[in-house]
Design a protein around this ligand. Structure first.
Ligand code: FAD
Length: 260
């Protein structure tokens, strides 16, 4: 079994700031981390490796600095790491990002693709489902549990807003995973030392199975018009009231503001 895990390097969002003039993210001096949902996905893949003897490959698209999270993945126990890095990928929106990732994955012999549900910077949760579309594979999103059955099918738990669904998937598929369900393991000390002697393969666009006009900015149908920090909300109003009075106050306030 060969599992591909898509991992993205993201700024540590507890420290994210937006340039008030340019409206762009201030990235200078901000530490980068492996996106938390991707770490959960990696943990799931590594559990499959232990249970079923799977081989695990991680793929990231990003600048050369993304090498850091791929080495972290080596230290956690992956077998192979690929970095898609080329100026032709620059300015990619989610469609062009998923297209490039799919173009790399298609060249590999794989059984399962795992992505995080959502990246904490772009926050769209689009790349995993788009990847499934590009690869023409079934997908299960919001995964909180997965096991492989004796006949090779996957039994997967999917979290909905108010319920958990159990689904069985036959053949290759894409899963998008929630970090909260898969507590990631720590890197091993020997793994950290070893991670720096391992090879991170750097792939440029010509290595992928893609139409290059669909990569990067030219292949991106969406354009970011403006980014700005959220305006601070007015302070709340504190009222002391019993449950019935509280309901009345809330309803009246909403009516006053023409919200109901
Ligand atoms: C017009 C436009 C221009 C942009 N230009 C740039 C730019 O120049 N530079 C830039 O850094 N960003 C740019 N972005 C942002 C970029 O499109 C997103 O970061 C990227 O598409 C991923 O989307 P997301 O963060 O919402 O991921 P989500 O869809 O929330 O991510 C879901 C999962 O997909 C996987 N995934 C997502 N991205 C990657 C990746 N790169 N590698 C591996 N796995 C991944 C991860 O498993 C992740 O958990 C641009 C966006 C737009 C709309």
């Amino acid at each position: 079994m060969h599992i591909i895990v898509c991992i993205k390097q993201v700024p540590d969002t507890t420290e994210i700031r937006i340039d008030p003039v340019k409206g762009t993210l201030v990235r200078e001096g901000i530490p980068s981390i492996m996106n938390p949902d991707d770490k959960g996905g990696l943990e799931l893949a590594l559990r499959f490796k232990e249970l079923y003897g799977a081989q695990v490959t991680v793929i990231s698209m990003g600048p050369p600095q993304a090498d850091m999270i791929l080495r972290e993945a080596f230290a956690m126990g992956v077998d192979r790491a690929i970095l898609l890095s080329d100026r032709k990928f620059a300015g990619a929106d989610t469609l062009a990002t998923s297209y490039a990732l799919a173009g790399a994955i298609r060249t590999l012999d794989f059984d399962l693709v795992i992505a995080g549900r959502q990246a904490i910077d772009g926050d769209t949760a689009q790349v995993g489902p788009e990847l499934a579309e590009h690869l023409d594979l079934p997908q299960v999103s919001y995964v909180v549990g997965a096991e492989r059955l004796a006949d090779g099918r996957l039994r997967v738990k999917k979290e909905n807003e108010d319920s958990v669904q159990t689904l069985e998937v036959e053949g290759k598929c894409v899963l998008t995973v929630l970090a909260s369900a898969f507590e990631p393991r720590y890197m091993q000390v020997s793994g950290i030392v070893d991670a720096y002697s391992r090879e991170v393969e750097v792939w440029s666009a010509d290595r992928l199975d893609v139409d290059e006009t669909k990569l990067g900015l030219s292949g991106s149908p969406t354009k970011v018009f403006q980014s700005f920090p959220k305006a601070l909300k007015a302070p709340g109003k504190l009222c002391e009231a019993c449950a019935e009075e509280a309901v009345e106050i809330m309803v009246n306030t909403l009516k006053e503001k023409h919200l109901i």
